[in-house]
Design a protein around this ligand. Structure first.
Ligand code: GLY
Ligand code: MN
Ligand code: MN
Length: 444
């Protein structure tokens, strides 16, 4: 990220913090980044910033904590921000690389004050004392919860909360954060566009390269190599490269099998760009044209996906996408001879679930299953608003041992997934550059 990009992001993060505290009101906000996790011994899993903290600060290192509150001591309320970060440490930096450090954290990330993370628990009582409410998320890290309760204990006995409850009211800021993160701003949409572009190119590279006799992980290497070469440092999630009957395993990430000629290959993968991920699924036959049965299933899923995408318009409830997909898939299942009777009856009974057992959409952004509400405050499905980004990903999965369907359908799994931006009008498919028509994929 260039210095200018960082300045633009820092200014935007300040606006995001103010928007969040506007929603939450008076109280101390405390947000931590993602923890580091051990793989074994002294070897860690690859670390990625926690999305909430990254969205609020852009700060890129482990062990960072943001505190923010409305300072009402002046004539106008002003947002006060403190960032706790790792101190510079020559010895550690030899092993782990350079750290931003306390002084540069304050300068570069637009916060009022920065302190070493080692001082968090010492400074928290003082930060917390004036506040009746604490906005933080409990239940994720027992050690954090324990230390926080210890702070409450210390405060209660310090006399600093003499006429107030011994500890603050704790409120989880996640729903407020999710509502804000769900509507993407221009920086976020630009990052998602780039992630979509890179991801589409990777899928095309995989379509071109996939050949009978290759293992799934060899195709994965080509797909992810294309992501890396286009400038994406990591995936948004583990790539699913599922050949033949493996396509019916929804979260298949083993990717070890050797692909046979004529089998379908289902690839569900997304490249990350500036911490935003795309999420594309394509399904195509390897080393042969679609068989009649594969084509018939594929066409049902594609028709359902296109119809579902048309529902992505401002003001429409988000579950209209799923309902439309289910209606089209059910009609398709009747057409394939898998179900009998009227679509309405079959939908009412939920018969489609044997072959379509997942939802059609999720929000997309910094997280592949991104933050965002699915229901409004009355419990009704959220209505689409411009700036929301979601996936549309219907599929049909006929298990290899499913004796309730014709033999030629068994072992066929098809999913087609695109990423869609809600605009003022027609849906914008961010991943449109990735071919999904059968003849276009054959020519890719
Ligand atoms: N790749 C995960 C999903 O499609 O939800
Ligand atoms: Mn998805
Ligand atoms: Mn996916």
């Amino acid at each position: 990220m260039t210095q200018t990009d960082l300045r633009v992001l820092t200014a935007r993060c300040a606006e995001r913090r103010a928007a969040l505290l506007d929603r939450l009101g008076d109280g101390l906000l405390l947000v931590r980044t993602a923890p580091e996790t051990l793989r074994n011994g002294d070897v860690h899993h690859a670390w990625r910033p926690g999305s909430d903290l990254a969205w609020l600060t852009g700060f890129p290192e482990p062990e960072a904590v943001l505190c923010a509150w409305w300072d009402t001591s002046g004539r106008r309320p002003k947002l006060a921000t403190v960032l706790f970060v790792r101190s510079r440490d020559k010895a550690r930096e030899i092993w782990d690389g350079p750290r931003v450090g306390v002084a540069a954290a304050r300068r570069r990330f637009g916060v009022d004050r920065a302190f070493p993370i080692a001082e968090l628990w010492k400074r928290l009582p003082e930060l917390l004392a004036p506040h009746a409410r604490l906005f933080t998320t409990l239940g994720r890290d027992p050690e954090f919860d324990r230390r926080l309760f210890e702070v409450f204990g210390r405060l209660a006995f310090s006399g600093r909360r003499a006429n107030a409850p011994a500890h603050p009211i704790i409120q989880d800021p996640t729903p407020a954060l999710a509502e804000l993160r769900c509507i993407k701003d221009d920086l976020e949409i630009a990052a998602l566009r780039r992630a979509a572009e890179i991801t589409a190119a990777g899928h095309v590279a995989a379509m071109r390269a996939a050949a009978p006799g290759m293992t799934e992980y060899q195709v994965q290497e080509i797909l992810e190599g294309a992501f890396r070469r286009a400038g994406s440092p990591r995936n948004g999630y583990e790539s699913i490269v599922a050949s033949g009957r493996n396509a019916c395993i929804l979260h298949y990430i083993e990717n070890q099998r050797r692909i046979r000629r004529g089998e379908l290959l289902l690839i569900d993968a997304g490249a990350e760009h500036d911490l935003y991920t795309a999420d594309i699924t394509r399904t195509f036959p390897v080393g042969a044209p679609f068989s009649d049965a594969q084509a018939a299933v594929y066409d049902v899923v594609l028709k359902a996906q296109k119809a579902a995408i048309r529902q992505v318009r401002p003001g429409r409830p988000w579950d209209a996408v799923h309902k439309t997909a289910v209606r089209e898939l059910t009609k398709g299942l009747i057409g394939l001879g898998v179900l009998r009777g009227s679509p309405a009856k079959r939908i009412e009974k939920g018969d489609f679930r044997q072959w379509y057992m997942h939802g059609t959409s999720h929000w997309l952004g910094m997280d592949v299953h991104d933050a965002g509400p699915y229901q409004d405050r009355d419990g009704k499905p959220v209505k689409f608003r411009p700036g929301m980004v979601l996936t549309v990903e219907p599929g049909l999965y006929f298990a290899a041992d499913d004796r309730s369907v014709a033999k030629e359908l068994r072992g066929i799994g098809v999913r087609i997934e695109d990423d869609v931006l809600v605009t003022d009008g027609a849906p914008e498919v961010l991943t449109a550059a990735c071919p999904k028509e059968r003849r276009e994929m054959a020519r890719a």
